[in-house]
Design a protein around this ligand. Structure first.
Ligand SMILES: Cc1cc2nc3c(=O)[nH]c(=O)nc-3n(C[C@H](O)[C@H](O)[C@H](O)COP(=O)(O)O)c2cc1C
Length: 370
C-alpha cells in the first residue's frame, strides 16, 4: 500500500481510448431507464456529473436483446429508440470532456419472464438455486429453470451482441465492454456448474470458452478490437456460480482472445491471486481491476493497484455513486459523501443525481457565513 496519488494522474491508452487519468468508473446498474429500456435525461445528468472525474466511464449493464433483459427499468441497446436515448448520455459525457463505453449484457438464467416477456435461456437447464429476483410484479420472485439455447440459436445471440455494439457506436459511445462477469449468460457458458452441454460448447475448458470467444470475435469484427474490452469474474460466486476447473476455462479463453488485440481486460478479482497476474499476461491487454462486492474500493487500495504494478487502472463503483467529483476528492484526500445503498435501485433523482460535490459544499458554506 502506498499513498502516491500521482500514479492515477498518469494518462493511459486503452486501444483507441486515450484516458487523461486512471480512475475508471465501474459499471453500475441503477434502474432509472424508461420502462422500455430507453435511457433518458435523468441518466444523462447522472453520467454528465461524473464525466469530468473519470478517466473512463463504463456504463451500467445494458441488454442487447429483449430476451436478455434481467431487471425492470434497466437500459437496452436493442432498438433505434434505445440508440437515441443513449445519445443524450454520450453527448452529456462528451460535453464534459469525458469518455464512456457501453457494457453489453445478456442475463441468461438470471431474469424473469415477467420482466422480459420471454422464457429464460442459458447454456443448460440449471436454475440459480434459491436465488429470487425483483420483477415488475414481485419483490422476490422465484426464478424458473432456463431453457438451454439450441445450437442453431447461438449465432443469433452472437449477432445480437455485434448489432448492439454497432448501435452503441452509432449512439456515440467510445467503445463497448462485453459483460462476461457476475454470473450472467456469458459466464453461464464458461462455468462448469451451469454448462452441462455435450456439443462443441460444453465439456472441456476450450469448449466452454468457445461461445464467449465467438461472440467477442463478432463484436470485434463489428466495431474494431481497439474499441472492445471484456469484463470477467473468474471463480467468483456471484449469482450462484461455482467454477471448479481452477481457471482453465479462462486460460483457454485468453488463448482465443489474445490474438484479437482487445483494448483492455477488466477483471473482478483479487490482486494477490496468482490467477489474476497469470490472466493479465495471457490476455496481453491492459488490465482494469476491481476486487468485487465484499468491501468498498478505498482510495489507498485503488492507488496501490497501479503503484504496486498489479493493474493499469483501478475501477471504482460505490464511491463514484456517492461522489460525482471522486477524482478531485481523492486528489486532495478530501472527505467523501456516505453512499446510500437503499437508493441504489430506487427511482428518480434521490440518491442518484443529488450527491453534492466539494464545490457545492463550499458554496453552501459561503452562503451560510454570508
Ligand atoms: C448498485 C450496483 C450496481 C452494479 N451494477 C453492475 C453492472 O451493471 N455491471 C457490472 O459488471 N457490475 C456491476 N456492479 C459491480 C460493480 O461494478 C463493482 O464490481 C462493485 O460495486 C465493487 O466495486 P466497489 O467496491 O468500488 O463498489 C454493481 C455494483 C453495485 C453496488
Amino acid at each position: 500500500m502506498t499513498d502516491d496519488f500521482d500514479v492515477l494522474r498518469q494518462p493511459l491508452t486503452l486501444g483507441a481510448l486515450e484516458l487523461p487519468q486512471r480512475l475508471v468508473m465501474a459499471p453500475l446498474t441503477r434502474n432509472r431507464a424508461d420502462e422500455d429500456g430507453t435511457a433518458n435525461a435523468l441518466m444523462a445528468e447522472y453520467y454528465g456529473q461524473r464525466a469530468a472525474s473519470a478517466g473512463l466511464i463504463v456504463s451500467e449493464a445494458t441488454w442487447v436483446s429483449q430476451q436478455g433483459k434481467p431487471y425492470p427499468r434497466t437500459p437496452g441497446i436493442a432498438t433505434d429508440a434505445h440508440r437515441d436515448g443513449w445519445r443524450l448520455v454520450t453527448d452529456a459525457v462528451h460535453g464534459k470532456g469525458g469518455r464512456i463505453v457501453a457494457q453489453l449484457w445478456h442475463g441468461g438464467r438470471v431474469g424473469h419472464p415477467d420482466t422480459s416477456g420471454e422464457p429464460l435461456v442459458s447454456a443448460s437447464d440449471v436454475a440459480p438455486g434459491e436465488l429470487t429476483i425483483f420483477t415488475p410484479n414481485e419483490a422476490a420472485a422465484t426464478i424458473p429453470a432456463p431453457r438451454p439455447l439450441a445450437l442453431d440459436e447461438l449465432p443469433g445471440v452472437v449477432r445480437d451482441f455485434a448489432d448492439a455494439a454497432t448501435r452503441a457506436i452509432d449512439a456515440g459511445f467510445d467503445g463497448v465492454e462485453i459483460h462476461g462477469a457476475n454470473g450472467y449468460l456469458l459466464q453461464q457458458f464458461l462455468s462448469d456448474n451451469t454448462n452441462h452441454r455435450d456439443d462443441a460448447y460444453g465439456g472441456s475448458p476450450e469448449n466452454r470458452a468457445r461461445f464467449v470467444g465467438e461472440l467477442t470475435t463478432a463484436v470485434v469484427e463489428a466495431v474494431g478490437a481497439d474499441r472492445v474490452g471484456i469484463r470477467l469474474s473468474p471463480l467468483a460466486p456471484a449469482h450462484e456460480m461455482a467454477e471448479s476447473d481452477g481457471g482453465d476455462t479462462y486460460r483457454a479463453l485468453a488463448e482465443t482472445l489474445r490474438p484479437l488485440g482487445l483494448a483492455y481486460l477488466h477483471l473482478l478479482a483479487q490482486p494477490e491471486d496468482a490467477l489474476t497476474a497469470e490472466l493479465r499476461t495471457a490476455f496481453g491487454a491492459p488490465l482494469l481491476l476491481n476486487t468485487g462486492f465484499a468491501k468498498h474500493t478505498e482510495r489507498e487500495e485503488a492507488i496501490s493497484f497501479v503503484a504496486d504494478g498489479l493493474a493499469d487502472a483501478p475501477v471504482v463503483g460505490r464511491a463514484f455513486i456517492a461522489n460525482p467529483d471522486l477524482y478531485e476528492r481523492w486528489s486532495q484526500n478530501a472527505p467523501q459523501n456516505e453512499t446510500i445503498s437503499k437508493l441504489f435501485y430506487a427511482s428518480g433523482p434521490e440518491g442518484y443525481t443529488d450527491y453534492p460535490t466539494l464545490a457545492d459544499g463550499e458554496a453552501e458554506t459561503a452562503l451560510g457565513t454570508a
